[in-house]
Write a protein that binds this ligand. Structure first.
Ligand code: KE4
Length: 428
């Protein structure tokens, strides 16, 4: 039986000096109960906690560790880079290298600005879209999470097209009123809102595949219609690909679905596990960004040489032949195995996948938006999560998060995961 004594002690200590004992809320296991495991090290597909328990890891730092943990190429590059200093606060050739790699993969971007997180990327992209259009309102979709900038912690107001209300204390009502929240995959609501409000809307920001309510796919025609309507109304279409970037495909969801947004936000994989976010888009829009243009945005550690090094090494590894075929094959193997385990265990689940991000819902309803994602039995999910943890498999500690595959996951890891899932499903 696994022992969690040291993690328990560490959590108690952490809780006396860090709010909730964690530096990001979802890590506290509040959605699944129990104490979080404190991780000591990670290698390949495995993470190891402070009590020495080993886990096959499908959280992968919420997406970034697509090569697997401590990939030798990334580690070697970082060891060399750190000898040259950790931060200069001045431009480096490394930033050009990563920018050129990204623009080569995301041709909808003529220019890109590096920042330090997905939150900074989306917050800045929205400011630039407002500066470019001279308009104030934005549209987001229910269930999509774009980081914790004030104007994005907003939920739908009473009527679908009325303005938002704060989704967190501390967000001024005036900020929320500029944010309209619409149901994902609902073309009618989109059409009506743009007809009514189009002239005052600066941008629409969307997760093209919604990874923050699990894994919810766009219905055929939804993204295409969104692209058409925003173009016609002069609204900037921002694809938040912080999670889907390099995940749904090497060129993200925009390459996979063949949609050309006006701006794109990236994060997670782009930093290879170090803090990097990025936003970019058409040159006429990015010309607004200081110091080229009047829209201000800045950052002490933006383009940090270590972070650039990890991002470059990761993307260069990903660009090798057959990598995405291999990643997809592993993801399909897991998908088939989990679906079969649920069938054999007689448990109703729905599994959705986009490239190497996925989610199992405990429902027999089709999941295509936030309300249908919420039909999942979260108590059942929590029991499943705990049973899997006890069997050495680390899943995201919330039903409403995506899971991720890495190139380091072996067929043996996946077989073990499927076996654990069958036993766990039988038990819950
Ligand atoms: P960060 O500020 O956490 O780097 O990125 C914010 C963000 C923006 N856009 C999308 C689509 C995202 O998924 C995220 C952050 N994702 C969460 C996981 N659902 C990060 C995990 C956490 O909050 O600890």
């Amino acid at each position: 039986m696994a022992n969690f004594d040291i993690s328990r002690k560490l959590f108690k200590k952490a809780s006396s000096v860090i709010p909730g004992g964690v530096n990001s809320p979802v890590r506290a296991f509040r959605a699944v109960g129990g104490n979080p495991i404190f991780i000591e090290r990670a290698k390949g597909s495995k993470i190891y906690d402070a009590d020495g328990n080993a886990y096959i890891d499908y959280v992968l730092s919420w997406g970034p560790m697509i090569l697997g943990h401590s990939h030798p190429v990334v580690v070697k590059a970082l060891k060399k880079a750190v000898e040259r200093g950790t931060s200069y606060g001045a431009p480096t050739a490394l930033e050009i290298e990563l920018a050129e790699l990204v623009i080569g993969l995301y041709p909808s971007m003529d220019k890109v600005r590096m920042v330090n997180s997905g939150t900074e990327a989306t917050m800045s992209a929205i400011r630039v879209a407002r500066g470019y259009t001279g308009r104030d309102k934005i549209i987001k979709f229910e269930g999509c999470y774009h980081g914790h900038a004030d104007g994005l912690l907003v939920k739908a107001g009473s009527g679908a097209t009325t303005f938002g209300v704060p989704d967190s204390p501390g967000v001024p009502k005036s900020y929320a009123q500029n944010t309209i929240t619409l149901p994902f995959n609902n073309i009618e609501a989109l059409k009506k809102t743009i007809e009514k409000e189009g002239k005052s809307i600066a941008c629409v920001i969307i997760e093209p595949v919604v990874g923050n309510i699990g894994c919810v796919l766009p219905r055929p025609g939804f993204l295409e219609t969104l692209r058409k309507l925003t173009k016609k109304a002069g609204i900037v279409l921002i694809f938040d690909e912080v999670m889907t970037g390099f995940r749904v495909s090497f060129g993200g969801a925009q390459a996979y679905y063949g949609i050309r947004p006006d701006m794109t936000c990236l994060g997670k994989v782009i930093g290879g596990g170090l803090p990097v976010g990025a936003y970019g888009g058409k040159k006429e829009i990015m010309a607004m960004v200081s110091p080229e243009g009047p829209v201000y945005q800045a950052g002490t550690l933006s383009g940090n040489p270590l972070a650039m090094t990890a991002g470059i090494a990761t993307i260069r590894e990903l660009s090798k032949r057959g990598i995405y075929k291999n990643l997809d094959a592993k993801s399909v193997l897991l998908e088939k195995g989990l679906a079969d385990a649920a069938k054999r265990a007689g448990v109703s689940t729905r599994f959705y996948r986009a490239g190497s991000m996925f989610c199992t819902y405990f429902t027999d309803t089709e999941v295509y938006d936030y309300p249908t994602a919420k039909t999942s039995d979260t108590k059942k999910f929590s029991r499943f999560f705990s049973e899997m943890l006890l069997r050495g498999v680390n899943l995201a500690p919330s039903q409403f998060e995506a899971g991720f595959m890495s190139l380091a996951h072996s067929d043996r890891d996946i077989e073990k995961t499927v076996k654990a899932a069958y036993e766990a499903l039988k038990k819950i």
